[in-house]
Design a protein around this ligand. Sequence first.
Ligand SMILES: [Zn+2]
Length: 406
Amino acid sequence: MQTVSLKLYSDYYIWAPLALTGCDLLPEKNILLEVKKNRIVSCQMVQKDLLPSYIKVHPGFYPLEEGTTLLPALIDAHIHLALDGKNFNRARAMWKDSNALQTRIKHNLSEMINSGIGAVRDGGDSLAINLEAKRMVDSEQYSGPRIVAVGQAIRVKGGYGSFLGLDYECRTDIPALVERIWASGVDQIKVVISGVVSFIEYGSVKGLLMPLDDLCSVVAGARKYGLKVMAHASSAAAVDLALKAGVDSIEHGYFVSADGLKAMAEKHVAWIPTIIPVAAQLRGDLFAIRTPLETEVISTICKEQIEKLKCAFELGVPLGVGTDSGAGGVSHACNLVEEMLLYKTGFLDNRTVLKAATVTNAGILGLEKEIGILEPGYKAALIAVRGNPLDNLEDLKEVDTHFLPS
Ligand SMILES: [Zn+2]
């Protein structure tokens, strides 16, 4: 795997035997891209042996090998950099050891680059470690994917997620809390509407539900500063509240009803179903500690979530892909393709799944004019993989080259 860091004031030419272009990832052969100031300025069909000699000798010329495919870099719409996906308590303890924490985060970010992930959205932590990581990447002190950060999530006092962000006691405290989070330099506001699903009692979701008026106050505050709202909603009732309040994306959405999906399609609210954090509870070491009852509950939740994907897609819900990596059992980087493969088991075709992880996710991150599409005007945030992921999504596991705009 080679990473090509594109410099702002250098020009590049990338030639690919096959490229997946435009919003629909159309396969086109013998594509020459010209890149200036990190953006694709032209995209044309040229046979490799007909390339002009000034391009062949250009120091910024990258001819890709036969058998590889060039496509937009992948995007993970839901991660938690502050957590390690292995041991929650150990990861939390590491928050006090800045050197160890930064070493781990740097490692995770470089693994993401190696896995073809060009951008992520972080769902928050109570110390805004994600925001610091964003600053380190933006200032080029760390090499990593572009980070869209929420800093600290907003939660009701006594509700779920003390590790995710800051709580409020009274509705009247919310505008000042939103202002404080906005002033810290976040890209979006994250709100925790519900608790988490129970693996013991099917359909039960632990924790308080945020009252609708409180949620409306959070959304109004975010709108004041022009920020999108990312909502943790793990039950049909929480999804309902999120839709009434007018959030932009629904995270998890376990047990979402058919009416909930219809409303999401009508209001153009994105859904990030995060199947892998539940599916991971039945993998490896975690499987060994599960009772037969838990195994059944976990399997049922996964199966239902996967079955709803096709329904959501057919209704026109903007379907994104997020792993919740950092959560228990979900390591960073490697699980994005695993999540995409789960979408495939829900009978979505490869193009639909790939669009979810590129063009749709770019919109969820608020970067729809910058990344997620290979066409003139967009940043050259691109990857080359051996094979063709339209034929086989597993080909995304072998990234050959990652073009990383500064
Ligand atoms: Zn999360």
